[in-house]
Design a binder for this molecule. Structure first.
Ligand code: SF4
Length: 466
């Protein structure tokens, strides 16, 4: 009896790619593969790549080269590369890095088992072609059930749609993931129930543009209707909306977020810029005035809402005055969290062909200046929370006596955390159980550590919303 194939998996990029990784892991486990976290013990390593920015390409190529090295020193006999970089570069990827045995495109996920289990012996000669699973261009609605989850049990990502129809001039994602294609609402509700039965109490709704949910499948209630459906799924304590798009964020969606008990008071709304000329050049379909009206409506309708956004600095032609306007806006509006990216010239995008490309040092200076402005905002907002009582979700075991947790305004992996000061061993088992990962606990905020909060539990365990 030959032993099961040992497979290690490297998942790069965003939460949508992570869902693909979890799905492929589920298929490999179902096919009898033994999943190992130790690449040096693996027969096959799968690298699920990100490819939407040049920096992501560099990271992917470096990771793949590192894995291929293992062939020389360990039992590793096969390297399978999947994901967005494969979709973007296709077969030409084989010319950029040596030692790859198979390529799996984003729409050929189902082929990962064949790609992993093919061709036992190590590739000997350079001319031996890699196996290509690249065929399907037009994306179909993915069935993301039966995943082998990589996230901690207590939270999960639920992808409600893939692809995008927005066509921002700097973005390669539509050319990689195709036009928007959403899952039917009943499939999403079923997937949410599966994730809950697998231990998730927090469900993070993701997509490239979640606010366009349902447009391509004629689901008229749209995102608002979906939120109200998911609000009836027992076992979800926190339902979080991520990757919203400003131009179509309707009052119905805001009302649904305000009305639904399980929907957390949190909005992730990438704005990318605020200056009218730059927004137009980015093809963002909004201007400053409509952006400000939307943000005010959300704050009025959802008191205490936490808002996260992302901004791109150094877009072609961005003048000092336009950048200063962005900094002044960030200072004035006070986002709870802000991601800042230097514009990345992607040759196969309209913005990549624009005049007025800025030098890297100017972009880096602007990233730093905007991050500094946001730091002042974030620190003062955090200081303003001292003394507040918050509901937090315990994230993991204690680290140096402090238990990591998140309040509703802190999304997993991208935002700050709340460190719980515990009484440690003096408190005994009761506290330890009550502060187990995935527990919901009421705490009083006691202070700030950089961007993070510190807090003490006020009650040991909160009732979970059933
Ligand atoms: S909304 Fe714009 S930035 Fe986001 S995925 Fe779509 S095209 Fe890209």
């Amino acid at each position: 009896m030959s032993r099961p194939t040992r497979v290690a998996f490297v998942s790069l990029g965003c939460a949508k790619n992570l869902v693909d990784s979890e799905k492929m892991l589920g298929q490999l486990a179902e096919a009898g593969c033994h999943i190992t976290a130790d690449e040096s013990q693996a027969d096959v390593v799968v690298v699920n790549t990100c490819g939407f920015l040049s920096a992501a390409r560099d990271e992917a190529l470096e990771t793949i080269s590192g894995v291929v090295e293992l062939k020389k020193t360990h039992r590793l006999r096969r390297v399978v590369v999947a994901g967005c970089l494969v979709q973007r570069d296709g077969e030409s990827l084989l010319g950029q890095v040596d030692g790859v045995d198979a390529l799996v495109g984003v729409n050929n996920r189902e082929d990962v088992v064949r790609a992993v289990l093919a061709g036992g012996e190590k590739r000997r000669k350079r001319r031996q072609r890699a196996d290509l699973h690249l065929g399907d261009y037009y994306p179909r609605v993915d069935d993301d059930t039966a995943r082998l989850r990589i996230t901690p049990r207590h939270y999960a990502y639920l992808r409600i749609g893939e692809g995008c129809d927005q066509k921002c001039t700097f973005c390669t994602i539509p050319s990689i993931r195709g036009p928007m294609h959403c899952k039917p609402p009943q499939a999403i509700v079923a997937e949410a129930r599966e994730l809950v039965s697998d231990g998730a109490v927090e469900i993070n709704l993701i997509g490239q543009d979640t606010t366009s949910y349902g447009l391509d499948i004629g689901y008229e209630p749209g995102l608002a209707g979906l939120l109200r459906q998911l609000d009836s799924v027992d076992g979800i304590s926190w339902l979080r909306l991520m990757y919203a798009y400003p131009s179509i964020f309707s009052d119905e969606m805001i009302d649904a977020m305000a009305d639904c008990e399980r929907v957390v008071k949190y909005v992730d709304l990438p704005l990318q810029h605020v200056n009218d000329r730059v927004l137009k050049a980015m093809h963002r379909r909004v201007d400053r005035a409509s952006t400000e009206r939307l943000l005010e409506r959300i704050r009025q309708r959802i008191p205490g809402v936490s808002m996260r956004t992302t901004m791109i600095v150094g877009f072609p032609g961005e003048t000092d005055a336009e950048f200063d306007e962005l900094v002044e806006f960030v200072r004035a509006f006070k986002f709870d969290a802000l991601g800042v990216f230097a514009y990345s010239l992607e040759p196969d995008t309209p913005a990549g062909r624009m005049k007025g490309q800025l030098p890297d040092d100017v972009k880096e200076q602007r990233v730093e200046a905007l991050m500094l402005a946001q730091q002042e905002v974030a620190f003062s907002l955090a200081d303003g929370r001292v003394g507040q009582t918050l509901d937090v979700l315990v994230e993991g075991p204690p680290q140096e006596g402090l238990v990591p947790a998140r309040h509703q305004g802190q999304a997993p992996e991208v935002d700050s955390v709340t460190w719980l000061e515990t009484r440690g061993s003096a408190a005994g088992q009761l506290e330890e159980d009550a502060l187990a990962p995935g527990s919901l606990v009421a705490v009083r905020c006691t202070g700030r550590r950089d961007y993070d909060l510190t807090a003490v539990p006020t009650t040991l365990a909160l009732p979970v919303i059933r």
